[in-house]
Design a protein around this ligand. Structure first.
Ligand code: PA5
Length: 443
């Protein structure tokens, strides 16, 4: 079993029909997802992707990844939101947040395009001094300001350093299969282009070239990632009350309807931090609309038990936790036995994994006793297969959850609103009227 979902520690807070009362809606939601007949149905290409992934694209990704590895000390991944969070999350979860310190035969990775801070971008340019680097620019729309700004700076640096032809070998573009200004630039400049299929939106794109190219360049086994996703795909497409995605979506929905407003995704692994960021975007952008949706938040235990633990234990009872637990760690870590007797003797000789497990169980009991429902997701390990399964599980559950809320899981009108305002304020042609309206508010 690659992944298990356990609702037992939320049951005291749920009505007895938390699942049965939602079976019909879940069946409808799954049907919309599988047939693409629901709201946003034109963006459900990711649902069957693990079954249909193009061998040609996979081969091209691996070939480009090999070239990136061979020619670069650093790969700069340029993208924001769904165009970078997945790659970063998977890289850190499978390797480490310290990947750049431990990478030996693969390039270091810098992530750019998530900020408009001149200081951050100037620092990046300084860090690249004297290093051979390539860039992977990722944007579905090709119009995102943060990504475009970083691309312009890095393209300039590459051309100054390697000439236009040399730069061309080091610029890899991932964008919409059919349209957009980034696609046009790539084609006119002769950059290698990787497809983000038109029927897949940014936050559901980690298992396309968006995530797979940078991950392959870093030596992640992308075949294993896809096979883990495929395993979950086979499991989750079976409708019914035993389906763990149905259970997770139903439990979240029932907790939301009982007044919970916040879902806290918890892990005990520092390597999980970026996965939490990816999850927040996935659920936040899919559900948070029309005045509805749980607020997705994250915590890293046990660190945050020493900062947020008090609030979780005794603050307003408007939250529940979803805890992700990995059964295996990568190696033993026994605490040394020492000769002298002191207050810590009971710890001596115990393995840290056992200590962490007791922290997990003790915290679970304390929080449940304090009125915080706990949902539990267990994974055997953080191998590429398990992580691929987890990504697919979250994507599938998220889309079902949004349909249960009766919102479109695949649009993001709120994100578009701010993007348009920035473009207008910066003088993009065609947005003159909006620019006037906005500037009048600040004069
Ligand atoms: O989920 C989404 O669609 C957004 O968050 C996008 O991923 C993000 O805004 C980046 O957009 P783009 O890939 O068009 O640059």
């Amino acid at each position: 079993m690659p992944l298990t979902f356990d609702v037992a520690n939320a049951l005291p807070f749920l009505p007895s029909d938390w699942l049965s009362a939602r079976l019909e809606s879940l069946s409808r939601a799954q049907n919309m997802l599988e047939t693409g007949q629901g709201p946003g149905g034109e963006y459900t290409g990711w649902v069957s992707l693990p079954e249909t992934f193009s061998e040609t694209v996979l081969t091209e990704i691996k070939a480009a990844a090999a070239r990136i590895r061979q020619q670069s000390e650093v790969l700069v991944v340029v993208g924001i939101g769904g165009s970078y969070l997945g790659a970063r999350a998977v890289l850190e979860l499978i390797t480490s947040p310290n990947y750049n310190l431990i990478a030996r035969d693969t390039p270091q990775v810098f992530f750019a395009g998530q900020t408009l801070s001149p200081d951050a971008l100037n620092e990046l340019l300084t860090l690249l001094e004297g290093k051979d680097f390539s860039i992977n620019v990722i944007s579905k729309s090709g119009t995102t300001m943060e990504t475009s700004a970083a691309f312009l700076l890095l393209q300039d640096l590459l051309e100054a350093r390697y000439g236009t032809d040399g730069a061309r070998q080091r610029i890899f573009i991932t964008t919409d299969t059919h349209e957009g200004p980034l696609r046009e630039t790539a084609l006119s400049m002769g950059y290698e282009v990787f497809p983000l299929p038109g029927n897949i939106g940014g936050r559901y794109s980690v298992l396309t070239a968006v995530g797979l190219l940078p991950l392959a360049a870093c030596g992640i086994d992308i075949d294993a990632l896809l096979s883990g996703a495929l395993e979950l795909r086979h499991q989750l497409k079976q409708p019914g009350p035993d389906n763990p995605a149905w259970q997770y979506a139903a439990a979240r929905h029932a907790l939301y309807q009982s007044g919970k407003q916040i879902e806290l995704l918890v892990s005990y692994e520092p390597v999980f931090r970026q996965l939490g960021e990816w999850w927040k975007q996935l659920f936040g952008e899919s559900e948070g609309k029309e005045g509805r949706g749980l607020f997705p938040s994250t915590a890293e235990f046990s660190a945050d038990l020493h900062s947020m633990g008090q609030y979780i234990q005794e603050g307003p009872r408007h939250l529940f936790e979803t805890v992700v637990w990995f059964e295996a760690c990568q190696g033993p870590c026994p605490l040394p036995a020492r000769a002298q007797e002191d207050g810590l003797s009971f710890l001596q000789g115990q393995d840290l994994h056992h200590v962490a497990r007791q922290a997990f169980l003790g915290t679970l009991c304390a929080h449940v006793d304090g009125g915080v429902p706990n949902l539990l997701l267990c994974l055997p390990d953080r191998s590429a297969v398990s992580v691929g399964g987890l990504l697919y599980f979250f994507q599938y559950s998220c889309a079902l959850s949004a349909y249960l809320l009766d919102v479109n899981p695949f649009d993001q009108p709120g994100v578009e609103a701010y993007k348009r305002n920035i473009q207008a304020l910066l003088g993009k042609p065609g947005l003159e009227t909006l620019r006037k309206t906005l500037t009048s508010r600040f004069s």
